[in-house]
Each structure stands twice: as structure tokens, then as C-alpha cells.
Design a protein around this ligand. Structure first.
Ligand SMILES: [Zn+2]
Length: 250
């Protein structure tokens, strides 16, 4: 029985002190597959090294929608394209739209998002999508670019999830389902088909416990919660999620 963390930032500075220890703990606890999201040079360097040592860790890289300004002459995108050639990622991500935290960069976000989807298509790579308060635009753009991948940290309705699934996407749930008064995500999970579901931490972010760093092995708690909601044995959930994880990269 193995667990997969479909979205974590293992290259983050927050893990610089004890990354080795963290990897050992992950492997010991059978969190053996993960997607390492890299949205900076620092994170990417660590991500590349980790993937060399652990072939079941997948490398994703992108320019994050929270990290944008005008791209004069498209220089930044050109540099990114070159970096893809060097790093050879398994995935483009996380890319997308964030109208919640960065409403003033909407237009740049769309440009960067579209270009990164085009690159994913050119390189035949799946994508990991970040979408906050932007689901209509996200869906419209995804519909125009036929790539497959994952909708990360999903918290929308079952109807919207179905529309994403129709475009070939997997829906990934994070620790927000562990909070006490959440009703909608639990209802959504109840209705989610097992063959489209993924689970993630977004570590070191989105910790369910305040002031505590989120870690990839914490994904087990989310698995347990989802198994309870869906009334499945955990073994069955592990098997299904692992199949989905592998399918994204096939
Ligand atoms: Zn993230």
C-alpha cells in the first residue's frame, strides 16, 4: 500500500534545513510517489536532485500566477522555455489563474497561462492547474487547449468538477477537507468518481494545524478522511489514487 502526494513543494526553502530527513520519513511511511512543484530556481534545483534519486518523484515546473508582472518582449517566457529544455520536467505546473490574491494582474495571468498550456502541448506534458476565484475563465481557456492534467486543491462544486473531468482532468483534494465546518467539499468527494480523484498536501503550505509546517507524509490523514467519507477501505483508495497518479504521466 503506497500513498501519493499529488502536489507538494519539496524544493521550498522551508525544507532546506531537513530535506533529507523529510524524504526518509516519507519513504518510511510509504508516501512514495509525489509531484514536486517548482516555481523558482531554488526549488527547481532541489527538485531536479530529488528526482534523480527517487524516480517516483515527478518534477513539475511553471511560472506561478501569483508571481507575475508585465513580461517585456516575452523575455521571461523565453527564459522559461529554455529552462524546460534543461530541466526536462514531467509536468508543467502550477500554472493558472488567481483572481483572489492577485486581481490586478488578471490579463498577464491569462497570457502566461495560455503560453504555458501551449508549451505543455508542444512538449506533450500534463499540467497542474491553480485556479482561485477564476473557474469560469480557467475552464474556458482549458477548453481551447487540449492538454490533460490535474486541478490542484479543488474546492468548487461537483458541477464544475464534472466540467473539468469532461476535459480530461483529475481533481485533487487537499487538507481543507479536514476543517470542521466544511460541507461542500465533503459532498463533492462523496459524488466524485474514484477514477478521477487525487490527493495532495501542497506542503509546506495549507497546513490544517496553525503555525505548523505541512509535510508530505501528512497526506495520509487526508487519505483517511476521504476513505471515511466514501466508506471505502483505505487499501482500495490507495490503489485507485495510485492508478490515477500513474495515469497522469502515461
Ligand atoms: Zn502549491
Amino acid at each position: 500500500m503506497i500513498y501519493c502526494d499529488a502536489h507538494c513543494h519539496l524544493g521550498s526553502r522551508q525544507f532546506d534545513e531537513d530535506r533529507e530527513q523529510l524524504l526518509e520519513t516519507m519513504m518510511e511511511k510509504d508516501v512514495q510517489k509525489a509531484i514536486i512543484i517548482c516555481c523558482s530556481r531554488h526549488d527547481l534545483e532541489h527538485g531536479i536532485r530529488l528526482r534523480e534519486r527517487y524516480p517516483d518523484l515527478k518534477l513539475a515546473m511553471a511560472i506561478h500566477p501569483q508571481d507575475l508582472e508585465d513580461d517585456h518582449e516575452g523575455e521571461r517566457l523565453k527564459r522559461f522555455e529554455k529552462l524546460i529544455e534543461e530541466a526536462r520536467p514531467d509536468m508543467i505546473g502550477e500554472t493558472g489563474l488567481d483572481y483572489y490574491s492577485h486581481p490586478h494582474t488578471r490579463e498577464y495571468q491569462k497570457q502566461f497561462f495560455i503560453r504555458q498550456l501551449e508549451l505543455a502541448k508542444e512538449k506533450d506534458l500534463p499540467v497542474d492547474i491553480h485556479s482561485r476565484k477564476a473557474s469560469n475563465d480557467t475552464l474556458q481557456i482549458l477548453k481551447q487547449h487540449h492538454v490533460k492534467g490535474i486541478i490542484h486543491s479543488y474546492s468548487g462544486s461537483i458541477e464544475m468538477a464534472r466540467l473539468y473531468m469532461k476535459e480530461g482532468y483529475y481533481i485533487s483534494f487537499g487538507a481543507s477537507i479536514l476543517f470542521k465546518d466544511v460541507k461542500r467539499p465533503i459532498e463533492v468527494i462523496r459524488q466524485m468518481p474514484l477514477d478521477r480523484l487525487l490527493i495532495e498536501t501542497d506542503a509546506p503550505y495549507q497546513s490544517p494545524i496553525r503555525d505548523r509546517r505541512h509535510e508530505p507524509q501528512d497526506v495520509i490523514r487526508i487519505y483517511e478522511a476521504i476513505a471515511a467519507i466514501k466508506q471505502f477501505p483505505i487499501e482500495e483508495l490507495c490503489k485507485a489514487v495510485e492508478d490515477n497518479f500513474d495515469q497522469v504521466f502515461r
